[in-house]
Ligand binder design. Structure first.
Ligand SMILES: *[C@@H]1O[C@H](CO)[C@@H](O)[C@H](O)[C@H]1NC(C)=O
Ligand SMILES: *[C@@H]1O[C@H](CO)[C@@H](O)[C@H](O)[C@H]1NC(C)=O
Length: 455
């Protein structure tokens, strides 16, 4: 039983180090090792295995002084073991009571452990344990028995502990560690395309959290993803943009870094060149996240010819889905600037610096010059209600800028009149269904007011 205690003590020690090394982490997530087994976790598991089965155990010889115990050292039963809180080391010395020493001596003198050196393999210990059980009893006092019972309670049987570990089947990993691992996977030249895409896909989940997205900056992970936009693989471009879109979203710190890291140019290059539609969709999403609420990026976007890039995009065949998103982006940018001005008028809280930034975004003149009044008007011919809704919104937001262009566009009036009839009918049906503030009625309202303005 004494030797069993020794073995169990070792197991406890390895468990203890494992737990200690994770003590300071502020955020814990649980991941199953099959899905995300880190090298670190694998190493730890094997270490524990080795300590149990194959590694040669060195037996520690305690003295009357406290001595630090090295990992892998076995402690004779009856020793005093304590944790030094300053150093984190486990320290051992001999028990003061003579009984334990004499017991130890008896144990050593006896024929039970017929091993010559100071090193035992765990197999030796197991066979010794077997002999010990069948053979001679150590004379033990009541006190000893109580102590051994206590040790037994403290050190649970190895099999039980192993079973617990297997059942738990978890590795404690922080979000930061996961992101580092995913970035390394993505950045590694030995990863397959599939592995890289999977890494980006997983990463996207983590960077939705603002803190995580900012942590991504701290170890250069964001730049690695931005550089992924340069990949020759359309799928890598697509999923890099997917991650970036999530990371930029309402996260000024990340947006600033991304501009400095050249993300804007790379996104525009992808939109301006031949690429699969799915890639362009995600890139457009990333562009929207980067520009929103970031007037400096909007200025750069205009300087880099972003409006021309978007114009070519919406004029290409088969890109109606993208066209509606582009128009929505423009609507957002126009109204964002308008709100910044309004807010500055209403409150004293808005930082004048931000307003100055918005004032340098010369979006509306650019839109007018580059034909966006006409482009937007033509998109009203799209068949989907929600696409029309977005286009109507944008036509309204551009009204002050585009009024004369709208007037000169006979097709626009015709489209509006036909839509008026269509939504009048739908709004009537809606009303019959008991909805007096319905969707179609709202659309009809926008159409009516546009027609009124253009009369
Ligand atoms: C990505 O890989 C490159 C080249 O292999 C290396 O220089 C760089 O440090 C890596 N970046 C990160 C964040 O791991
Ligand atoms: C990425 O591509 C752009 C051109 O599309 C090039 O100017 C830039 O140097 C490239 N960056 C990297 C890191 O390869």
């Amino acid at each position: 039983m004494a030797l069993l205690g020794m073995l169990l003590g070792l197991l406890m020690a390895s468990c203890f180090t494992f737990c200690l090394s994770h003590q300071n982490l502020k955020e814990f997530v649980l991941t199953s090792p099959e899905k995300s087994s880190t090298k670190e976790a694998e190493r730890k598991e094997t270490t524990a295995e080795e300590e149990l089965d194959s590694e040669v155990l060195e037996v520690f010889h305690p003295t009357h002084e406290w001595q630090a115990l090295r990992p892998g050292q076995a402690v004779p039963v009856g020793s005093h073991v304590r944790l030094n809180l300053q150093t984190g080391a486990r320290e051992v010395k001999l028990q003061e009571e003579d009984k334990f020493q004499s017991n130890l001596k008896a144990l050593k003198k006896g024929k039970r452990l017929d091993i010559n050196a100071n090193t035992y393999t765990s197999q030796d210990l197991k066979s010794a344990l077997a002999k010990f059980k069948e053979g001679t009893e150590v004379e033990s006092s009541k006190e000893d028995k109580a102590r051994q019972a206590k040790i037994k309670r403290l050190f649970r049987p190895i099999e039980e502990l192993k079973k617990d570990f297997e059942e738990l089947n978890v590795v404690i990993e922080t979000d930061m560690q996961i992101m580092v691992r995913l970035i390394n996977k993505f950045n590694s030249s030995s990863s397959s395309l599939e592995e890289k895409i999977a890494a980006l896909f997983d990463l996207e989940y983590y960077v939705h959290q603002m803190d995580n997205a900012q942590d991504l900056l701290s170890f250069g992970g964001l730049q690695v993803v931005i550089n992924g936009l340069n990949s020759t693989e359309p799928l890598v471009k697509e999923y890099a943009a997917f991650v970036l879109g999530a990371a930029f979203s309402s996260n000024p710190k990340v947006q600033v870094e991304a501009i400095e890291g050249g993300a804007l140019q790379k996104l525009l290059v992808i939109l301006a060149t031949e690429q699969p539609l799915t890639a362009k969709k995600k890139v457009l999403f990333a562009l929207c996240s980067l520009l929103r609420h970031f007037p400096y990026a909007q200025q750069q976007f205009l300087k880099l010819g972003g409006l021309q890039v978007l114009r070519s995009l919406v004029q290409a065949k088969g890109t109606e889905v993208l066209a509606v998103r582009v128009v929505t982006l423009l609507y957002d940018l126009v109204t964002e600037k308008m709100f910044a001005e309004e807010e500055a008028e209403l409150t004293q809280e808005t930082s004048p610096e931000k307003l100055q930034q918005y004032r340098q975004v010369h979006l509306l003149p650019g839109l007018r010059e580059q034909g966006w009044c006409e482009i937007t008007a033509h998109l009203l011919a799209l068949p989907e209600h929600d696409a029309r809704e977005k286009v109507l919104q944008t036509l309204g937001a551009l009204l002050a800028t585009c009024r004369d262009r709208y007037h000169q566009d006979p097709q626009l009036s015709r489209t509006l009149v036909s839509l008026q009839a269509e939504y009048q009918a739908l709004a009537t049906l809606e009303l019959q269904d008991g909805e007096d503030e319905g969707y179609f009625r709202e659309l009809l309202g926008s159409i009516n007011s546009l027609l009124k303005e253009l009369r």
